[in-house]
Structures are given as C-alpha cells and as structure tokens.
Design a binder for this molecule. Structure first.
Ligand SMILES: Cc1ncc(COP(=O)(O)O)c(C=O)c1O
Length: 374
C-alpha cells in the first residue's frame, strides 16, 4: 500500500531528539526552531516526560470514558491553575481541529444560533466546521460548505459590529495570534472590543490558542496580553508535547448534559500522563517566562538585521517577513546551516521552537541565520 500523497516532504528522516535538537538517519544534528510545527513545548525527549509516559503505559494505556479516569481531573486542576482559568471546565479530545469543532458546536447548542464570524487569513483545522471557518477555499470541500460563515478583516471592530448587528451570530472565532496566516497579531484593543461586542450581541467568543497558547507567546495564552476572558478557549499542539491531544476550556455559563459532547480516545490515560508531565516541566523550568525572555532577545536581534521587511510576534512565535520569496533562505537554513524553521506563505519564515530554547541556542540561530541572508 502507498501513502496518500498529501505532504510535500523534505528528503530528511528525523529519528532522534533532545531538547531543541534533532538528528536524522545519517546522524546529522539540527537546531530545531520549528518544534515539529509548534508542538514540542518542553523539548524533545525530556526525561520527566519520557518517564511519565513510560510509567503510565506500563500500568494502563487506555480505558474508556465510561469509567472514572482521575488523571483527567488532575490535569484539569493543574491546567486551571497554570492558565488562570480554574473556574472553567475542561473537555478533552485529540487534536486542534476537534477542539474547534466542539467549541463551535457548544456555542451553537448554547445559544441556538447558526452563523459564525471568522477572520481573513484564519486557520482553524480541517474537520467539517473547523475547516469552514478557515479562510482558505482550497481546503473547503463542498460537504463543508453548509455552515454560514463570514470572514472579516482583523483589527476592524466596526466590520465585526456591522455583522453582529444583522443577527443570528452564534460565535466569533479568532486565533490568539494568527499562525498559518503569517504571525499576524490582533491588537489588544481589538481583542477588548471583540469581548465587549460578543457580550453585547450574545455571541460566544472562541479563542483559538492552539498555536499561540500554552506559554508560546510569553503568557500562558496570547489573549491574556489584552486582559480579556473569552467564553471558550481551544488548545492542542504543545499541550502534550507531541502526544496527540486537544482541549476545550469552557466558561461556567455553559451547562453540560450527558451525551452533548463525546469521544472515544479523548482524555485517555497516556495523553493525560503526557499533559500533566508537560505542566510539571513548564512550571519547574519556568518555560512561560523563558519563552518571553528568549523571544524578546530573538526579536531584538532580528530587528538589527538588514534586508528584512517586518518582524512580528510575541514570545517564541515569531514571523520574519521578506519582500522576496523565502524559499532559498529556508532551504539554505535547513541544508547548509542545519536549522529547522517553519513558513507561512511565500514570504514569511515562522519560528516556533520548543519553549526551552536557551539564550545560547537563540544566539546560535541568529549567527546561522545571518549567514543565509541575501
Ligand atoms: C491556530 C490553529 N488552529 C487549529 C489547528 C488545527 O490543529 P490540528 O492540526 O491539531 O487539528 C492549527 C494547526 O496548525 C492551528 O495552528
């Protein structure tokens, strides 16, 4: 059987990782400024993480959501405390798309409305409703088209209010920082406007923190820079450092009922053990603060470099935009300088390293990056 060929691949196979480094089948070492697409939060193969998963699987890997799994409550307690949302409730699933899918459903169950407002250049995943609120017609199939979605420009509260005023809007979904869209930041003021408008028009405010959350921005959630509290927050990626997991944080205004949401694998024992270990490590190694400090340093250093159109970001979520295509720069970074980075579109390099990136590793990245600048 062949693999269904949907990914353009680099001719590299990564077989080992440690901290912010990975190694390929030839033993070549790479500096990882990509974190496997913002997934590696506490570093590759962290001993605490490895032990937690190994110990758990040797006892029990999985049992169903029809019996008590106290690891779920332990994770909820820890996450509530770490994020400042201990009055919210937690629903666990397996991916970011699923988190958004459930958030959109929950909003609609709650207020009985059907329309959704999303933002231009958004990315929210590839399942039915999540892909429909994603601003990319190439990945929306005819079967996804049923949901009534309006895409609005980021940072334009008047456009949002004009749509809300028409009525029928169940929810407004926005990324804490747009990732796929090229590290575009909603302003703090816009976030506060959105909060006010959603309350005024009784629409649910959904914050997609799947890429920008879990410490990456230098706060636990990127929206916390604006001092707002959304009604629903979705997370995935860094939550379990690569073990597939997603979560929905749900404000107390939503009332659960049996059967309203559900999943087979979500919140399984292994995923919870991985996610609890992630929070242990984030706390003991102060990784949210580290993301802020090392991110600030990277942004300062990048701003000194010539030939760059714009630097955008917060913490360890940084976009470096060039006037011309970044194809050559990225390829030289990878093959000559042995540095993994991400991209957004044709002009922006995306840095999404593990949150344990050290100052020395950041300085090493800058030195290598300088060598590939045109
Ligand atoms: C902001 C955002 N939302 C949702 C998703 C979808 O997550 P997943 O690929 O885990 O379904 C992503 C993935 O890149 C993302 O960046």
């Amino acid at each position: 059987m062949k693999l269904f060929d949907v990914y353009p691949l680099f001719d590299i196979e990564i077989v080992k990782g440690k901290g912010c480094h990975v190694w390929d089948t030839n033993g070549t070492e790479y500096l990882d400024l990509y974190g496997g697409h913002a997934v590696i939060s506490v570093g590759h193969s962290h001993p605490t993480y490895v032990k937690a998963i190994s110990d758990q699987v040797s006892k029990l890997g999985f049992y169903s959501n029809s019996v008590i799994n106290s690891l779920q409550q332990k994770l909820a307690d820890r996450l509530g405390k770490a994020s400042g949302y201990d009055d919210y409730a937690l629903f666990l699933i397996n991916s970011g798309a699923e988190a958004n899918e459930n958030a959109l459903k929950l909003a609609s169950f709650h207020n009985g409305k059907k329309r959704v407002l999303a933002f231009q250049h958004s990315f929210h995943g590839r399942t039915s409703a999540a892909v429909r609120v994603t601003d990319n017609p190439r990945i929306i199939a005819p079967v996804n088209e049923g949901l009534d979605v309006t895409y609005l420009p980021l940072n334009d509260p008047f456009a949002v209010e004009a749509e809300l005023r028409k009525g029928g809007v169940s929810s407004v979904i926005i990324e804490g920082i747009q990732g796929v869209g090229g590290i575009q930041l909603p302003t703090d003021e816009f976030m506060r406007d959105l909060r006010t408008l959603c309350t005024k028009y009784e629409a649910v405010l959904i914050l997609d923190e799947i890429q920008s959350g879990y410490g990456r921005s230098g706060k636990f959630f990127a929206h916390q820079y604006a001092g707002i509290r959304p009604d629903i927050i979705t997370v995935a990626k860094g939550i379990a450092n690569g073990f597939p997991m997603g979560a929905v944080l749900i404000s107390p205004m939503f009332k659960p009922s049996y059967g309203m949401l559900g999943t087979t694998f979500g919140g399984n024992h292994l995923a919870c053990a991985a996610a609890i270990a992630v929070l242990d490590i984030m706390e003991s190694e102060h990784l949210v603060d580290n993301a802020k400090q090392v991110g600030d340093y990277l942004i300062r250093e990048l701003l000194e470099l010539p030939g760059i159109k714009e630097i955008r970001g917060r913490g360890l979520m940084i976009g470096i935009e060039f006037e011309d295509s970044i194809k050559e720069i990225r390829s030289r970074l990878l093959f000559d300088e042995k540095v993994f980075t991400g991209v957004a579109g044709m002009h922006t390099i995306r840095l999404l390293p593990p949150l344990c990136l050290t100052m020395d590793e950041a300085a090493e990245f800058i030195a290598r990056f300088k060598r590939v600048l045109p």
